[in-house]
Design a protein around this ligand. Sequence first.
Ligand SMILES: [Zn+2]
Length: 179
Amino acid sequence: MDHQTYKSWILNDELLSGEDETQLEEHLAECRECAELKANLYTALQMVRSAPQIAAPPDFTQRFTASLAARKREEEKRQARALTLALSSSALVIAFGAILIFLPEISLISLATGCVSTLLRIFEIVQATASFVSGFVKNANPSSLVTVFVVVGGWIVLASLTLALSVWKLAIKKVGINS
Ligand SMILES: [Zn+2]
């Protein structure tokens, strides 16, 4: 019989038959290694058995429950804060994304629409004016045409004079301020 068998017998001494136990006792008397193992095991078992049972303080359960509840509340608060942060940040991200995705498109569309409608309006005005002028020129007799030209020419001259006068006034004013 080798050491390993005796060692396993030492560790499981409750399962040994009377015959095996006698055999083990004989081996233990001869083998120091196995005897030491048995002694150490016995000491360890004795230490475990004789360890004093430490009673929990009377209010231990109460305090433990209270601290557990407090920790749970703290955890819930922390989770709520994390959830709020996550929700608000994701809402912010979504809003920002929506702005990025939709706003340029909207502004581009409205800008394009505005440009197109403005161009169309200008085109309409030009067309109307042209048709009016051409119609007037076609239908009017030469004398009224001359009158119109004179009136329009007079207006242009007047406007030019007014413009020149205001520019001149402005120039004078500027010189006056500078000197
Ligand atoms: Zn042995």
